[in-house]
Design a protein around this ligand. Structure first.
Ligand code: ADP
Length: 590
């Protein structure tokens, strides 16, 4: 089991062990010193004692002068008493002659001391000492031996003292150190407690500051409580926080710019990772594909089930950028041109999508227009040519038919001229070279003039044209364009309404706008044609249109001009029969 210690625990263990180690090591050192000092002192003391004993012995020997035998054992006892040491008197041959620790009888049991190191040294050098366990007393002893020579007697005086005292001193020393150790450990515990309290309080402060910064997202700083390491850490953390904030702000700004660019793009952009999971869909892409952000399913296939798009993305992920067109699943479907390319880091692909529905529609209209124009032009041209051929083939010599052919030529030449003129007009409007200056102009004079201009033709068809227009009503319009629009509408009404029909032109104010209506009681227009008759060359009845000299471009021109004046046009049914064409002229800034 591993023991996990906190900062406090570590501090505690380290300081207590340091204190104990210091106490122990100093104990060891002092023990050595004490033992050496005590032994040196004991040796010096014993040397002194041995010297005195030797003097005493020599004096006794001298006094006796060899006449009477001296009781060396008693001498040893006497000498030992005041110095509190063991005194041994040994002959030069090692025989113990007196010993304060043994009685005279006991001496005989002692072996020869000639081999004792201190005795050997003393006999050889005059002095010797040794420390060992006494063979006789079995305790650790310090021996000091001095040689003596008096008369014929030679030998060694040996003084010995047990080293117990030194041991006792050492024991006391260790007891003192044990007490010191306890105090040191207690002090260390106290100090480490205080230090760890201070440390943990300041660290806790740092942790709390950090937690608050993370939770609240506040841009505050760590308090720097002191100038020590903790203060240093707080300072470093503050610098780090500042740098982080800077980096995060730069990243956020980058991201913001990137998102702003993506979101303001009209092109749809989607990004996928290598597993075809969507990683980004911009606003335009959501709109193009009619997706909501809540759409479930993280993969492309789940969110946008368009096979062409999946193939495109798969090729891009395989490293082949491609361009393809597909239809959306929306109603109505939109035509999308998509370009997919692999990301530079090969971690996915990005698809840029353009809505080309309008472009494709315009292309189709242009194609149809060119085909229609060619067709429309070809018909009168071939009629003129056919009639010319007939005339050249001999009809010219027959004046009664020649006139008919020439008249047909004339009619088709007029038709061609009308067509070319309408085509020029429409292309001028589209190219923007038809200048329109919208002004606040009185409507009544223009309306009356137009009605007046068709009165003659209407009268020939026994048609009645009525006109209701408030005399002082003004509208925002270009006079020439308005005249053109009204002429086309009234002319159509006259053309398509059978003889005896009725045509009404009405003008009225409608909110800020002015509404002009041209109503007839002719054949009317079926609802399915109504939306399309403003297209170029769209005709309900081609033969009828040609018969009345129509080009199929009149209403297209009307629509263009009305829109150029910020107005609008439309058609609805009249009751009980006929059509109502209307033009609304807008207020400026509508
Ligand atoms: P056109 O030159 O053939 O008249 P327009 O663009 O003016 O071409 O009109 C388009 C078609 O709309 C006509 O061919 C005709 O079929 C239909 N139309 C226009 N005005 C009327 C109307 N007042 N009543 C019935 N049909 C009309």
């Amino acid at each position: 089991m591993t023991l996990r210690l906190g900062v406090r625990g570590k501090l505690f263990v380290v300081s207590v062990s340091m204190a104990l180690a210091v106490v122990f090591l100093s104990g060891l050192y002092l023990e050595g010193q004490l033992v050496a000092w005590a032994q040196a002192r004991a040796q010096v003391e014993l040397e002194g004692h041995a010297g005195l004993v030797r003097v005493l012995l020599e004096r006794e020997l001298e006094a006796a002068d060899g006449r009477a035998p001296i009781d060396l054992d008693t001498l040893a006892d006497r000498a030992a008493a005041p110095i509190d040491a063991r005194v041994t008197i040994i002959d030069a041959d090692g025989q113990v002659r007196g010993d304060s620790e043994f009685s005279v009888e006991g001496l005989s049991t002692l072996d020869s001391h000639a081999d004792r190191p201190e005795v050997v040294s003393a006999l050889r050098d005059g002095q010797g000492s040794a420390q060992r366990t006494s063979a006789s007393l079995t305790t650790e002893m310090l021996y000091v031996a001095l040689s003596f020579a008096e008369g014929q007697r030679e030998g060694v005086v040996r003084v010995a003292r047990p080293l117990r005292e030194v041991d006792a001193a050492v024991r006391r020393l260790w007891i003192a150190f044990a007490v010191a150790g306890v105090f040191a450990a207690a002090g260390a515990v106290l100090l480490s407690g205080l230090a760890s309290h201070y440390l943990s309080r300041t660290l806790r402060g740092l942790v709390q500051d950090a937690r608050r910064m993370v939770e609240t997202g506040e841009k505050s700083r760590f308090a720097t409580p002191s100038h020590d390491e903790i203060g240093g850490i707080a300072g470093s953390l503050n610098r780090m926080a500042e740098e982080l904030e800077g980096a995060v702000a730069t990243l956020a700004a980058e991201r913001g710019r990137f998102e702003a660019v993506l979101e303001s793009m009209d092109e749809g952009v989607i990004a996928v990772d290598q597993r075809q999971q969507l990683t980004m869909v911009n606003r335009a892409a959501l709109a193009l594909l009619s997706l909501s952000t809540e759409h479930a399913g993280p993969t492309l296939a789940e969110r946008i089930p368009i096979p062409t798009l999946h193939e495109l993305v798969a090729h891009a992920l395989a490293g082949n950028p491609e361009r393809r067109e597909f239809e959306t699943l929306t109603d109505p479907p939109r035509q999308i041109l998509a370009y997919a390319s692999p990301l530079r880091n090969r971690q996915g692909a990005v698809v840029v999508m353009h809505d080309v529905t309008e472009i494709r529609r315009l292309e189709r209209i242009r194609r149809d227009f060119v085909a229609n124009v060619s067709h429309e032009l070809r018909t009168p041209v071939s009629i003129i040519r056919l009639n010319a051929e007939t005339l050249l083939d001999g009809a010219l010599e027959r004046p009664e038919v020649a006139r008919k052919f020439l008249e047909a030529q004339m009619r088709n030449a007029d038709r061609l001229a009308a067509l070319v003129s309408d085509l020029l007009e429409i292309s001028r409007i589209e190219a923007g070279t038809y200048e329109i200056h919208v002004d606040f102009i009185p409507v009544a004079p223009i309306v009356l003039r137009i009605v007046e201009s068709v009165q003659q033709i209407a009268a020939e068809k026994q048609q009645r044209i009525t006109c209701e227009v408030p005399p002082d009503l003004s509208a925002w319009a270009d006079p020439q364009a308005l005249e053109h629009v009204l002429l086309n509408l009234v002319d159509n009404a006259v053309k398509y309404t059978p003889p005896g029909g009725q045509i009404q032109v009405r003008v009225r104010a409608e909110d800020e706008r002015v509404r002009i209506e041209v109503e007839d009681n002719g054949p009317g227009i079926e609802p399915r044609h109504r939306a399309r008759i403003f297209e170029r060359f769209y005709r309900v009845d081609r033969g009828r249109s040609r018969e009345v000299g129509g080009t199929g471009l009149g209403l297209a021109i009307v629509k263009h001009l009305a829109e150029a004046m910020d107005g609008g046009v439309g058609v609805g049914p009249a009751t009980p029969q006929g059509s109502i064409f209307w033009v609304v002229l807008g207020a400026p800034g509508d």
